[in-house]
Ligand binder design. Structure first.
Ligand SMILES: [Zn+2]
Length: 196
């Protein structure tokens, strides 16, 4: 019961519920089911949509509990959406895009990736280096989408090159908080225009 409660509190489950938590092999599997009190939403435009059928079971890696791996287990529904007119996979609130890990797990991994080399993080959580990179990207994209530029008064602009000068990146910093607020490929006026 307590484990179900912990999972509920660490995952965005609006419209869904934890049905059971079972031990399988070395990990815990939380089986997620739809909550009948909520309507199904389209995964593309978030509008209420009509149930069509179900896809195969998917496993989503979640933050480990006492170092025990945790997976969410769910069969996504397909819906017909009359707003964006098509057959879509429903909105699944605990995941970003088509990833096989929860958004909470992405945040957890990205936290470790700030302190350790990414290959060490991959070893620590028994996953591929690419999974760590994807998790960091989820968190960076979220940060960019929700950034608040209204309090910034002074910015600094820097250009860096990688791949022996073949690729340039323009980085823009908030000078007061010393944080990166934007990064774009290129080093021209057009690059910078994409920020504004
Ligand atoms: Zn839609």
């Amino acid at each position: 019961m307590l484990v179900e409660q912990i999972i509920k509190e660490t995952v965005d489950l609006q419209g869904f519920r934890v049905h059971t938590v079972t031990k399988r092999g070395k990990g815990l599997i939380a089986e997620i089911r739809p909550d009948a009190r909520y309507s199904i939403r389209c995964g593309t435009c978030n509008a209420p949509a009509r149930y069509r059928d179900r896809r195969n079971v998917r496993f989503f890696r979640h933050v480990p509990l006492w170092n025990i791996p945790v997976w969410l287990h769910y069969r996504p529904r397909r819906v017909y959406c009359s707003s964006c007119k098509g057959l879509r996979v429903e909105k699944i609130p605990w995941v970003t895009g088509k990833h096989r890990f929860t958004t909470a797990f992405a945040g957890f991994m990205a936290g470790w990736a700030r302190m350790l080399p990414w290959c060490t993080v991959a070893k620590l959580f028994d996953c591929a280096w690419g999974t760590v990179a994807s998790a960091v990207k989820v968190v960076v994209d979220y940060g960019l989408e929700h950034r608040d530029l209204s309090s910034i008064t002074h910015i600094g602009i820097d250009e860096i090159s990688r791949k022996k000068g073949h690729v340039y990146l323009t980085n823009v910093y908030d000078i007061h908080s010393k944080t990166l607020i934007w990064s774009g490929e290129g080093r021209t006026k057009e690059t910078l225009r994409r920020l504004f």
